[in-house]
Design a protein around this ligand. Structure first.
Ligand SMILES: Nc1ncnc2c1ncn2[C@@H]1O[C@H](COP(=O)(O)OP(=O)(O)OP(=O)(O)O)[C@@H](O)[C@H]1O
Ligand SMILES: [Mg+2]
Length: 273
């Protein structure tokens, strides 16, 4: 296969089947996808198509059945050091008995960084997400949107080269969601990260992504990809009301709708706003 030196992430012919005594589930089949260093790629697809499975394999948390994943040219066989992950269920991903500061600091401790360096990175990350004042609070004292900002701060604290996000904003209200989307876009630019962002919200994928990848129903492969030729810096009102945004949204939507329904339909899953 031809490789491009500017690719940070390469997913090659990736397949995943879950096998147990009760049932076998073929989740992914032949996913091949490269992500350039610094690129923001949004992945959309119907419920159960394997989006979370894909992210878990890329994160080194789950073994592939077939194919391979390379990060900066090295095969991913365990969670790589320069990776940040934000999952959907932020409530469960934060430790209730630890303060905001301690939650953000935890992965840095595991990396063996010294105290002074940890403090500096935590302070900068909390400042970047606008939570410097809440460092001593506990997660349960914060709103849902603030908790999600803590999860983002934790992921960016050690400056990951690759940030994986699995429907990170689906549990917050529309206004907060817009704010978090814009915060993420700002951080992506500031830290020159590469982002692989999974969502079932087509508008969100088009709003954030430089490229949108559409997965088909399981066992899924990539059914379409769209370069998003909107202006680099976007804003909630101007971008979303632009004619080009509407065209792109319609093109992506048509591809998502073309995919057959999953075997156990969850009709709320593919949404547009
Ligand atoms: N640990 C597991 N064991 C067995 N099957 C699994 C496991 N995890 C996921 N699956 C199955 O693999 C398929 C893909 O699941 P996955 O969670 O990756 O989908 P998804 O696209 O993230 O869905 P959603 O949009 O609902 O989050 C589903 O059929 C699911 O039931
Ligand atoms: Mg999922």
């Amino acid at each position: 296969m031809v490789t491009d030196d500017t690719d940070l992430l390469r997913i090659v012919e990736l397949g995943k089947s879950y096998r147990s005594r009760e049932r076998n589930v073929d989740a992914l089949a032949g996913i091949t996808l490269s992500v350039r260093d610094g690129e923001f790629v949004a992945v959309v697809g119907p419920s159960g198509c394997g989006k979370t499975t894909l992210l878990k394999i890329v994160a080194g948390l789950l073994p592939a059945s077939t194919g391979e994943v390379f990060l900066a040219g090295r095969p991913v066989t365990e969670p790589p050091a320069d990776l940040g992950v934000v999952f959907q269920e932020y409530g469960r991903s934060l430790f209730a008995w630890k303060t905001v500061r301690q939650n953000v600091e935890l992965p840095l401790r595991h990396r063996g960084l010294g105290r002074a360096q940890r403090r500096e990175l935590v302070a900068e990350a909390l400042d970047a997400v606008g939570l410097a004042q809440a460092a001593q609070a506990y997660p349960w004292q914060l709103s849902g949107g603030m908790q999600q900002r803590v999860a983002i701060a934790r992921a960016i604290a050690y400056r990951p080269r690759l940030l994986l996000m699995d429907e990170p904003f689906s549990a917050v209200d529309a206004q907060t969601r817009g704010d978090l989307e814009d915060l993420l876009a700002t951080l992506w630019r500031r830290y020159a990260m590469t982002v692989l962002f999974v969502t079932h919200d087509i508008d969100e994928a088009v709003y954030l992504g430089q490229r949108v990848v559409v997965l088909g129903a399981a066992p899924s492969g990539i059914v379409a990809q769209f370069p998003i030729d909107l202006p680099a810096v976007r804003d909630q009102i101007g971008t979303r009301s632009a004619a080009r945004f509407g065209e792109l949204r319609a093109q992506v939507y048509a591809q998502v709708r073309r995919t057959p329904e999953p075997t156990s339909p969850q009709p709320h899953e593919v949404t547009t706003r």
